[in-house]
Design a protein around this ligand. Structure first.
Ligand code: NAD
Length: 490
């Protein structure tokens, strides 16, 4: 890989696919009201800024908290948080962790729910709901993405924050896990509205973030430009520049070389090593299907393709495309940027997202949202390896079905950790006001990922457990050790 990746492609006006295009507005702007998230409290009185009390009246319990338990009300489908708890409980039982410690690790440390107004382009005022959750701070400040999506919820933020705790611990980073987001479809906002919403959300959560407290990064629906706005807003409040408050920024404002493609490249390093070591298969001989063609999916496609893999299918929310001879990810990305979706790509057959997940390929990379491989479809998955690009794409029921079928799952906290590893490098560079070159970043990231992969593989051999259980065991033990040494305050 040459320098061109860091220079021209890390500063992405319009890059990343998911953030609102300048000047573009979807037809239905009131996306919060349509959200299935338990906390949706959107109600909009267009052009009537003088009746704000009506805007708050949509939800009698906007936090979604059940008062008696402090936990989210049960939702129809398995919630992401209950999946995260189940995963923890299962490994805690294997580790023989005592109940007090298990309960401590199950609960987030802090949660913030914010409702805030934004002046829209038509002068109406719209109320948005956002979250920030810190799961655990035993190892240091918290770290985790900010998501803009109609189905963002407190439940989802809790799950994603917990998974970040394990991921950072597995990678031996001095961080706990956090996550947050806003209930919004960013594609339905103009660029000005997106910026105003980001700056106001940042202001609302500024109590919770900071280089020594909690450092946000991009996730679904956010990108380098959004991180620059968050950094700038936080800095304006302080009166001086604080680049280390976010990672995943453009290079021009303290971003790191290699951060934009780090998750996709890390997935490629880990998958290549795992294919060779567990299946005796070379990446050059492997076929790959990828669900999701945003930051993670599109870079994973490109990095895999450049290392000789045949990427036969990719999808986004609009549908999937397939070419058994292999797609050209760069060309496809240019097409998707212009067309708004991979759907309709001329050199391919179209298929549904469901069909993509069931393709007979060597590697399936879910790189979209949680719960995509579940008890409904796991039995039909025919891939030999699932490389989890997304966070939490496979439910525990699906894990069991896939294991019975002999499918190897490379767990998210190992597979997609390249992003947080390079985010950590970005934070360190910002704190030191010193930048490393791209080859150093890539070398250090690869070393960290493959060293930790060695640890996970060694643990599977010692314990006869699957990769997810081994990765969780290492991560949880590191947190438990830190909690025990620190003690319970006071
Ligand atoms: P993104 O917004 O850039 O892209 C998301 C992609 O998923 C888009 O192409 C979207 O069209 C597609 N998508 C959404 N719903 C879909 C569906 N039902 N079926 C098929 N495609 C669908 O987001 P991203 O940053 O690439 O994140 C993707 C996943 O990777 C998330 O789980 C995120 O938490 C995880 N992740 C991201 C990073 C990072 O550095 N950005 C790091 C680690 C993990």
């Amino acid at each position: 890989m040459t320098k061109k990746h860091s220079g021209t492609e890390t500063v992405p006006p319009g890059e990343g696919g998911s953030v609102g295009r300048p000047g573009s507005r979807g037809a239905g702007v009131a996306t919060g009201a349509e959200s299935s998230a338990p906390v949706a409290s959107e109600s909009r009185s267009a052009g009537n800024a003088s009746a704000p009390q009506q805007q708050f009246s949509a939800s009698s319990n906007p936090t979604g908290l059940a008062p008696e338990t402090g936990l989210a009300h049960p939702v129809q489908r398995a919630s992401a948080y209950s999946v995260a708890q189940e995963q923890l409980n299962r490994v805690a039982a294997i580790m023989d962790l005592d109940d007090d410690m298990r309960e401590h690790l199950t609960m987030p440390r802090r949660e913030l729910v914010v409702h805030f107004p934004v002046v829209m382009d038509d002068d109406s005022i719209r109320i948005f709901t956002g979250f920030r959750v810190h799961h655990n701070t035993a190892l240091g400040p918290t770290k985790g993405g900010i998501r803009y999506h109609p189905e963002v919820s407190l439940d989802e933020s809790r799950a994603l924050a917990m998974w970040m705790t394990w991921k950072c611990a597995l990678m031996n980073l001095p961080y706990g896990g956090a996550k947050g987001g806003v209930i919004v479809d960013p594609k339905a906002l103009s660029a000005r509205e997106l910026e105003a919403m980001t700056r106001r959300y940042t202001t609302e959560i500024s109590l919770f973030i900071g280089p020594e407290m909690d450092i946000p990064a991009p996730d679904v629906g956010t990108d380098a430009r959004v991180m620059a706005w968050i950094m700038d807003t936080y800095s304006m409040h302080r009166g001086y520049s604080v680049p280390a408050v976010t990672t995943g920024k453009p290079l021009a404002v303290g971003g790191s070389a290699g951060r934009e493609y780090a998750t996709g490249l890390g997935i490629t390093y880990v998958t290549r090593a795992m294919l060779r070591r567990r299946l005796g298969l070379h990446l050059e001989d492997a076929t790959v299907a990828i669900q999701g063609f945003g930051n993670v999916g599109s870079w994973a496609a490109r990095m895999m393709h450049e290392r000789g893999a045949r990427v036969v299918a990719v999808s986004d929310v609009g549908g999937a495309v397939y070419d058994e001879r292999g797609l050209d990810p760069r060309h496809l990305k240019r097409y998707a940027e212009e067309a708004g979706s991979v759907r309709g790509y001329p050199r391919s057959d179209s298929m549904t997202n469901e069909e993509l997940l069931e393709l007979k390929v060597d590697v399936l990379i879910p790189a979209a949202l949680e719960g995509q491989i579940n008890k409904e479809n796991a039995d039909r998955v025919k891939a030999r390896v699932i490389a989890e690009g997304a966070n939490g794409p496979t439910t525990p029921e699906a894990d069991r079905i896939l294991e019975d079928k002999g499918i190897l799952i490379i767990p998210d906290i190992l597979c997609n950790a390249g992003g947080v590893v390079v985010s950590y490098f970005e934070w360190v560079q910002d704190l030191q006001a010193f930048s490393w070159d791209e080859s150093e970043i890539r070398h250090q990231m690869k070393r960290k990922l493959l060293d930790n992969l060695d640890d996970v593989l060694a643990t599977t051999v010692q314990t006869d457990q699957d990769l997810r259980t081994a990765a969780y065991t290492i991560a949880i033990q590191r947190i438990v050790d830190a909690v025990r040494f620190r003690g319970i305050y006071p």
